[in-house]
Write a protein that binds this ligand. Sequence first.
Ligand code: FEO
Length: 393
Amino acid sequence: MAVRQIKPDVYWVGAIDWDRRLFDELIPLPDGTSYNAYLVKGSEKTALIDTVDPTKKDHLFRNLDKLGLDNLDYVVVNHAEQDHSGTLPDVLARYPTAKIVTNAKCRPMLQDLLLIPDERFVEIKDRDVLSLGDRSLEFILVPWVHWPETMMTYLKEERVLFTCDFFGTHLATGALFAGDDPTILPAAKRYYAEIMMPYRNNIKKHLEKVAELDVDIIAPSHGPLHNRPELIIDAYRDWVGDQTKNEVVIAHLSMHGSTQRMVDYFIDALIDRDIAVKPFHLTGVDLGRLATAIVDASTIILASPTVLVGAHPGAVSAAYLINALRPKTKYASFIGSYGWGSKAVEQLTGMLSNLKVEIIEPVLAKGYPRAEDFAALDALADEIRAKHAASAP
Ligand code: FEO
């Protein structure tokens, strides 16, 4: 790993995880990730801001050795999740006088997760300032991005905002800064969709706190740093805003082709009506791509055959995920086929209870779709077009 200086006496000392392909045994990482940690040297005190995933602790320690760090005063913990905090016990053992600086919500979480003793903590409150001598760190609580204890740390003198997961990107890259690289925002959107979207309304408020600060660099704990902060802030404003796009996401699967025929017909019907369509075949789907697609789609369609009187487990799983991610989607519906009876619509409707969506009349075909089923799909596409037009800006 390479130590990188980002400002005078401010260093990136984290680890790039080029090969990680799954996070939380759930989230695909097609492009790896990084665990960014930062060292801030003041004239009197030195602070490490966040640590790294415990699998990469040797990288962190090699970086600190490269900087000749034989004493550490503080470890600021912005977030208790172990990909940033997991190396704390080793850091505390290596630097026996170092204190953890964090807030009252984070402290007990670190004690529960990592069994860290009470005497190693310095507890701070919102907007407290910690002096390092000629530098100072201000702490700004931003709960629920994406845990209840999350905060940001602002290095006033250098105008660097350390945001941990907030504004992060699961992206392994040797580039320190995002600049205006066109590949960064799509990756950041995917990260937002997977991690932050359920807390959209909290993030909306926190963006205002960020806007009040004079920031040169946003330094998250995953992916590149944002040295053009307005780009990522504007993108977040768009993602958390209430406006949706004239798009339909179709999450679908089929067992013997009947539902697939309905999906194929429906895709064409939407295209004929100038509605953007994003179909996702649920077998082997990249959940990150599906999550990204629902960030701003106006409508979500679940398409499933009937299995044991209910929806196919693949569609149930997709409904569970969509409901948990709480997108700002305005409309939803269901299409599919059944052999002799189905409770799939009631089941899937019940599973989307977190969403503030209007359910549009579903289309279910008994067996292979017939002319009347295709007519019903046309009617569904017409209704979607009308509703999208009515809710357009
Ligand atoms: Fe990157 Fe919520 O941890």
